[in-house]
Design a protein around this ligand. Structure first.
Ligand code: IPD
Ligand code: CA
Ligand code: CA
Length: 256
């Protein structure tokens, strides 16, 4: 918690501020076909960046809307998604969050995700476990893909996604209990860590959609890999699970 602690009141405050405008955002722009950004993404981002810069002026920051802000050489990097689930947010669907990860070199060291609508705060630090509102998290015990509830997502920018995920969706649907498309990858990963979902996959993911939740899953006893089953992947084609169904999931994704 040491590195993350100062950000907890900040993400709570940002979350409260976002709730005031849920479904009632004035300024909405398109970054691509159906890829939205709002004034609230930018305001949330400004708030997070200001807080991190005040505490760690030499750290680097990589944020979805602001891009890369350089830090001192060899310094840790904060990875930010100021609203994950912007489309839900714009439509007033209360499944969105504020997501932060901390990376040292290539290794993600910590993750913090806040779901303001139901006041759930998730965090993890490498080697120290994963927590939801202070309670330890554990992935589900579901042993078979046939009994698994999985979520997925579709890349927002289809122009940079040769894999639209439709084939994988069709391949997995009859092999699982049910599939969901909820609209916030970071929260989906938290729900895998909490044992409410047994797994998640999505092609062509960006680092801020993966890193915050991936470490929370790993620290809750689950697995995060690419579609070939290689660990340490925090962007691109991502498969995450409780570990027990992972081989079966990856096997289908490889063939899809
Ligand atoms: C999106 C959400 C969505 C996922 C997309 C992401 P955004 O993030 O996480 O669930 O399927 O790939 O881009 O744009 O709301 O931050
Ligand atoms: Ca996102
Ligand atoms: Ca976002």
């Amino acid at each position: 918690m040491a590195m993350l602690e100062f950000l907890i009141p900040v993400v709570r405050e940002v979350g409260k501020f976002l709730l005031q405008r849920l479904g009632n955002v004035q300024s909405i722009q398109l970054k691509g076909h159906a890829n939205l950004v709002t004034e609230m993404d930018r305001r949330s981002e400004e708030h997070l960046i200001r807080a991190i810069r005040a505490r760690y002026p030499n750290h680097a920051i990589l944020s979805e809307e602001a891009g890369a802000l350089a830090g001192g050489s060899g310094q840790p990097e904060w990875i930010l998604d100021p609203i994950d689930g912007t489309t839900n947010y714009v439509h007033g669907l209360p499944y969105f969050c504020v997501a932060v990860a901390l990376r040292h070199g290539l290794q993600v060291q910590a993750g913090l995700i806040y779901h303001p609508y139901i006041d759930e705060l998730y965090w993890a630090e490498r080697g120290r476990g994963a927590f939801l509102n202070g309670r330890p998290l554990r992935v589900s015990a579901t042993p078979r893909l046939e009994d698994a509830l999985l979520a997925t997502g579709f890349p927002s920018d289809l122009s940079r996604a040769p894999d639209t995920n439709v084939e994988h969706f069709l391949a997995l649907m009859p092999k699982t209990r049910a599939l969901r498309r909820l609209g916030s990858a970071c929260l989906d990963l938290c729900n895998v860590a909490a044992g409410r979902l047994d797994g998640f996959w999505q092609p062509t993911m960006l680092i801020w959609d993966v890193a915050p939740g991936a470490i929370i899953i790993e620290e809750a006893g689950g697995e995060v890999t690419d579609f070939a089953g290689k660990a340490g992947a925090y962007e691109g084609n991502i498969a995450a699970s409780n570990g027990k169904i992972h081989a079966a999931l990856v096997n289908l994704l490889q063939r899809g």
